[in-house]
Design a protein around this ligand. Structure first.
Ligand code: FES
Length: 383
């Protein structure tokens, strides 16, 4: 066995000679980002091997090192490096999630309230019945008609936005957002489909996402002193792949011809089947998708803007990791999508990073001919 020391955690691990370095780091329980899922194309899984004196005896590689320095060590791609002898590995400083700004609000038109979930009070039995459409979900003691909540979640490939809504008046009570934790395994939709098609891959991605969503729902519930038991419905919107992953549906058919989606029309499932912690009799709603790569987030956007009923010629654009466009003209609606992550978030390409602390925002040359850099967070530039 080889002895691997991982810094700055100072973790000491035994590994089999020849084991891939990225696997060793992940098996130690460290959240290590690999945007291209170890294909060796994104160049973002850089680590430093400290004991450069032993190089090249202690590793073998699919790629040459990015740099070699007696003082600073050897920079390598962890997904392309196999450890054959004892080595000390230094990981890059973690990028704080809090440095990423997530837009979670916008302009809203007023929409008549027709909730699927509603309550009726029976004063003879002093009980409240909770319905989902025509189906009776649960009967509660006393009059609870004033406490009826739902959660709306936008599952982005990169970000999650969770809104707690008061179903009695349609108002948003509070919102919270975070990074989609699946990003540590792969940044783009196609890589997630590929991971979810591997053994245990779907279960791994589903658990990561559900744990984070439950955590965010709990934050909203506690901070607004609203019992989890008074949340009866969760609407999950997102691209077609995200809807497959959150409902633990194998998305592999999305990744090859003829690119079919298992989840198509409006789906309603018990919340406990999906793994979400709300009222135990609560339900989850998956809005309809349009195709394998135009998902429920676009259906939601069309409904929210009333695009299909507008007379004017309008272009609706959703710029996300997966980018979609919808062109509407007097009731005729056509949609398409493409991977926008490489252009806007520098995914799967070696240069650049997301717009967070350390990202270059502006480059200019002043009148003395010097290069002037504007860096987000006013720190050293990282990408
Ligand atoms: S994860 Fe190693 S190069 Fe992309």
């Amino acid at each position: 066995m080889t002895n691997i020391t991982i810094l700055p955690h100072n973790l000491k691990i035994n590994a089999r000679p020849g084991e891939k370095l990225s696997n060793i780091i992940r098996s130690a329980g460290i959240s290590f980002e690999m945007p291209c899922n170890g294909n060796g194309t994104c160049g973002k899984c850089v680590v430093i091997l400290q004991n450069a004196n032993n190089y090249p005896e202690n590793i073998h590689q699919n790629r040459l090192p990015l740099s070699i320095s007696q003082k600073k060590g050897i920079k390598v791609l962890a997904c392309q490096t196999f450890v054959t002898d004892d080595v000390t590995v230094e990981l890059p400083a973690e990028e704080g999630k809090e440095t990423l700004t997530i837009i979670d609000s916008g302009i809203c038109r007023s929409i008549p309230l027709k909730p699927h979930i509603y309550k009726t009070y029976d004063n003879k039995t002093n009980s409240t019945s909770v319905f989902a459409g025509s189906e009776l979900l649960i009967v509660e003691e006393t009059n609870t008609t004033n406490e009826i909540y739902g959660v709306v979640i936008d599952i982005g490939t990169t970000t999650l936005v969770v809104s707690l809504c008061d179903i009695s008046n349609g108002k948003t009570v509070a919102k919270v957002s975070s990074l989609n934790p699946q990003s540590i395994y792969a940044h783009d939709v196609l890589s997630r489909i590929s991971i979810a098609s591997e053994e245990d891959g779907l279960a791994k991605l589903h658990k990561l996402l559900i744990d984070e969503l439950n955590h965010l729902i709990e934050i909203l519930s506690k901070e607004n002193t609203i019992s989890i038991d008074r949340i009866y419905e969760v609407v999950l919107s997102g691209n077609t792949c995200m809807l497959h992953l959150v409902s633990k549906t194998n998305p592999s058919a999305l990744g090859h011809y003829p690119f079919t989606n298992v989840i198509e029309g409006l789906h309603r499932l018990p919340a406990k089947q999906v793994g979400l912690r709300i009222n135990p009799d609560g339900i989850v709603c998956l809005p309809p998708t349009i195709s394998a790569f135009v998902g429920a987030d676009i259906t939601s956007g069309i409904l929210a803007t009333d695009l299909h009923n507008r007379k004017e010629c309008i272009l609706f654009i959703d710029i996300g990791t997966n980018g979609e466009m919808v062109l509407a003209n007097n009731g005729y609606v056509v949609a398409t999508s493409t991977a926008a992550g490489p252009a806007f978030e520098c995914m799967n390409i070696t240069s650049g990073m997301r717009a967070q602390t350390g990202a270059l925002e502006r480059v200019s040359i002043n009148r003395h001919g010097d290069l002037v850099l504007k860096v987000i967070g006013d720190t050293e530039p990282k990408g």
